[in-house]
Design a protein around this ligand. Structure first.
Ligand code: NAP
Ligand code: ZN
Length: 355
């Protein structure tokens, strides 16, 4: 246990049915391998909302969400080599893992066999309580889990790369998407818009499936080659057998079967949004008759996250954002629930510090 801690301002919720409000949390003293970051911007992920409202069960209160963090290094431990005071730094969804299991040894810390530690609502190995995320002034993180930010990218618009970016990059890389690939994305929100930008960056042909006809123009502006309105049976039928990879970002239970029909032979539908049992049931017939797969994927490892950030630096890819103040967070969650996201909210953390 650490001997000293620092009080920092944060924004969080004491219960599933409460609104988020200012509170004080503790950050540990910087150890030899730690980096202390003054948080400048934090993206707002739908997972923040799921956690604040205990949608998945298991939220420990108070909960301070936020795992798309960009800031400035204010202190480093004696053994730190990755960054120095004054550098920009980023933290995503992971702040710790065992580092020795089979998954960690393969740079797949997000699948740590001994349990990865989430940036929020994880088990803090230092202070013993739950971890607190980026809706706060400062964070202290082991250097292994801190990322370098390409110097040419806008800092606020880089924040969403740390979750929305890596969560869509990881399946694009795992399923080897490139110039000859036909990719589709289900849902145009934070993850969806990054999936379009990154798949285009890799040279793929990209289609968006959306329930929202109003988003067609935006999707094209973000790089989509085509848009299919998923509630239109005729449009869905016209896409039969079309895609090598589909990334499904929808946060709530929905029918996957119509999307399986739009996969090419050997195609894969990767679910990254909804967690849980399916309804209606998934029919195996089209999977067997077309050697198709339905898979899942969780964020990405640290090395892969750095690879994605470097790729974004080289290709000038950032998120399309709406900057908000910390005090707007409760209204922002209501807008997310209405799919009124264009296309990632990012909190300007100066708004918390000036309170
Ligand atoms: P978001 O910004 O709210 O976007 C979700 C989009 O899905 C919406 O804009 C909407 O797009 C569509 N949608 C929403 N509700 C729907 C419904 N009931 N039926 C059909 N479509 C619906 O959310 P996000 O931040 O991108 O996160 C998406 C999901 O991924 C969340 O559940 C989040 O927890 C999860 N997530 C998973 C990982 C992982 O590692 N696997 C990482 C981060 C987040 P249209 O208007 O275009 O239909
Ligand atoms: Zn997230």
């Amino acid at each position: 246990m650490e001997s000293t801690t620092t009080n920092v301002k944060a924004f969080g919720t004491p219960a599933a049915d409460a609104t988020l409000a200012e509170m004080t949390i503790q950050r540990r003293a910087v150890t030899a391998t730690d980096i202390e970051i003054d948080i400048l911007f934090c993206g707002v992920c739908h997972s923040d909302l799921h956690t604040a409202r205990n949608d998945w069960g298991g939220t420990i209160y108070p909960a301070v969400p936020g795992h798309e963090i960009v800031g400035k290094v204010t202190s480093v431990g004696s053994a730190v080599t990755k960054l120095k005071v004054g550098d920009h730094a980023a933290v995503g969804c992971l702040v710790d893992s065992c580092k020795v299991c089979n998954s960690c040894k393969q740079d797949l810390e997000q699948y740590c066999l001994n349990g990865w530690v989430g940036t929020y609502n994880g088990k803090d190995k230092h202070l013993g309580n739950q971890t607190f995320g980026g809706y706060s002034e400062k964070i202290v993180v082991d250097e292994h889990f801190v990322l370098k930010v390409p110097s040419n990218l806008d800092l606020a618009a880089t924040a969403p790369l740390l979750c929305a970016g890596i969560t869509t990059w990881s399946p694009l890389r795992h399923w080897k998407v490139g110039k000859d690939s036909k990719v589709a994305v289900v849902g145009l929100g934070g993850l969806g818009h990054m999936a379009i930008k990154l798949a285009k960056g890799l040279g793929a042909n990209v289609t968006l499936f959306s329930r929202s006809p109003g988003k067609e123009k935006d999707a094209k502006a973000l790089g989509a080659d085509a848009v299919i309105i998923s509630t239109d049976a005729e449009q869905m039928a016209s896409a039969r057998g079309a895609f090598d990879l589909i990334i499904d970002t929808v946060p709530y239970i929905h029918d996957l079967n119509p999307y399986v029909d739009t996969l090419n032979i050997n195609g894969t539908l990767v679910v990254v949004g909804y967690l849980g049992g399916l309804e209606p049931i998934l029919n195996t017939v089209p999977m067997i008759l077309g050697r198709k797969a339905v898979a899942g994927s969780l964020i990405g490892g640290i090395a892969e996250t750095q690879e994605m950030l470097d790729f974004c630096g080289e290709h000038n890819i950032v998120s399309t954002i709406e900057l908000i103040g910390m005090q707007d967070i409760n209204d922002t969650y209501e807008r997310m629930l209405k799919s009124d996201v264009r296309y990632r909210f990012v909190i300007d953390m100066a708004s918390l510090k000036s309170e």
